[in-house]
Design a protein around this ligand. Structure first.
Ligand code: PLP
Length: 461
């Protein structure tokens, strides 16, 4: 399988480059040249597979000659053997809905599922190529933790994580800042998540800098992450043996839900994908009435969704523009000027596959309270949004809620809703005691670049 960029029709790259680069040289996102679709026979074969086998079959369709299937299976096994659920994920009935728990990995959020695999992809790549790679990633809290856990201690790799200072939960920060391995660097930026993301993008675009340090990215636009995330849509579908399902997905950067869209394109009979947002609702405004203008980000109980520009949305724009890279480029320029409205035709196309709704802060807290009272289950604030949105849109029991994080990762929100603390799983309790290490830097490209160069130099010597 070959890949193209959403912003030019000339490039055609193999999986390995797409994985290592993350972003195309022209600033676009990678997509397969042609869609891959399983036929009925394939699908029925996949139906009875274990999570590991299923992940191997699906991911293998996208990796081309990067890796042999047997080796891929070994990497999948290695990636998921430390998860607290044998089948990686868990389905749980809560009231009318099924909840798909995706947070049984080492850092308590769904990001682990893709990131553990990616960490092992880097290691596999570096075992074949003499190279030293520096990963730089912006995080609204969970990506960074998952990436650090996946990369820490790996040979010939450093990881630098930028998080918005004081705007992630204390537990989110501690899971990152208490890691002791020498190849891990945490940077707290005095700004919001979008500032962090802009800094990383600026470093990527600066070819002098990014080539010099052999920079690579693991943020949610990385195609390998999207592919790894399609697996649990399939797994859930096969476990429930349904004819048709909707998924309600707590959404920020549009990565997780795009994986659902990819699964649908691969032949899974998903009906609607529901974008659930908090009050940072650009995607809800876009999908319900075509308004994709960004407003100021506000802090919420669900920090991993406090995002105003959803990077992966570009992939959907490219698709609904009939995969026309010129049109996509024009639209991305308009988005940069904060001046993009979707026309009716585009909106109709999107609404075939997507619905959306948002929850306010009060509604989120109420949802956590109500689910605890009626079902004795504590939902994290992101999952509560997925749940509340499904209710608001009057979904029936064919709607699956993706549960994206463990409630103990957001103690402030849970305390607010339930007046009690939610305990961390035993293997993570040490993060509350251990000494933290992170560097606070201004929202300044020069400062961040200098810091990174200095640290790379230090670790070399
Ligand atoms: C990252 C994250 C989201 C949003 O996922 P996207 O792929 O960015 O849309 C939702 N919930 C939690 C807990 C997350 O960590």
């Amino acid at each position: 399988m070959k890949y193209i960029s959403t912003r030019s029709s000339s490039e055609s790259l193999a999986f390995e480059s797409v994985f290592i680069k993350g972003l195309a040289d022209d600033g676009g996102l990678f997509l397969p040249e042609k869609d891959y679709k399983f036929d009925e026979k394939d699908l029925s074969k996949l139906q009875s597979m274990s999570y590991y086998e299923l992940a191997t079959e699906i991911v293998y369709k996208f990796t081309g000659d990067f890796i042999e299937k047997d080796n891929l299976y070994e990497l999948v096994k290695k990636s998921y053997s430390s998860f607290r659920s044998e089948e990686v994920v868990k389905l749980r009935k809560v009231g009318n809905f099924n909840i798909l728990e995706l947070f049984h990995g080492p850092t308590l959020a769904f990001k682990d599922i893709a990131m553990q695999l990616i960490g092992n992809f880097y290691e596999y790549y570096l075992s074949k190529n003499k190279n030293f790679i520096n990963i730089i990633v912006a995080t609204s809290g969970d990506t960074g933790a998952a990436a650090i856990n996946a990369i820490k201690g790996k040979k010939n790799l450093n990881i630098f994580v930028l998080h918005p200072h004081n705007r992630i939960s204390s537990v989110q920060r501690r899971i990152m800042s208490t890691v002791k391995e020498k190849n891990v660097f945490n940077i707290a930026i005095e700004g919001n998540f979008d500032d962090c993301q802009n800094l990383v993008k600026a470093m990527f675009v600066d070819q002098n800098f990014s080539k010099k340090i052999n920079m690579s990215g693991v943020n949610s636009i990385n195609w390998a992450r999207i592919v790894a995330q399609t697996v649990y849509y399939f797994f859930c579908f096969f476990s429930l043996k349904s004819e048709k399902l909707n998924f309600s997905v707590p959404t920020g950067n549009f990565g997780d839900i795009y994986a659902g869209y990819l699964a649908k394109k691969m032949g899974l009979p998903i009906d609607k994908l529901i974008v659930a947002t908090n009050q940072n609702d650009i995607l809800h405004r876009a999908i319900s009435k075509g308004d994709y203008t960004s407003k100021k980000v506000s802090e919420t109980f669900s920090p991993s969704m406090d995002i105003q520009l959803a990077s992966n949305f570009e992939r959907l724009i490219f698709e609904i523009q009939g995969r026309n890279s010129d049109k996509t480029k024009n639209i991305m320029a308009k988005i940069k000027e904060n001046n993009y409205k979707l026309d009716e035709n585009s909106l109709n196309k999107i609404n075939k596959d997507f619905l959306s709704e948002k929850l306010s802060e009060d509604e989120t807290i109420n949802e956590i309270k109500e689910v605890f009272k009626n079902h004795n289950i504590v939902l994290d604030p992101h999952t509560a949004i997925g749940y509340g949105v499904a209710k608001k849109l009057k979904q029936d029991n064919s709607c699956i809620i993706l549960s994206t994080a463990h409630p103990s990762k957001f103690p402030e929100a849970i305390k607010n809703a339930l007046g009690k603390n939610e305990e961390l799983p035993p293997e993570l309790r040490n993060v509350l005691k251990e000494k933290e290490k992170f560097e606070i830097l201004e929202n300044s490209l020069d400062q961040v670049k200098n810091y990174i160069l200095k640290k790379i130099d230090e670790i070399k010597n």
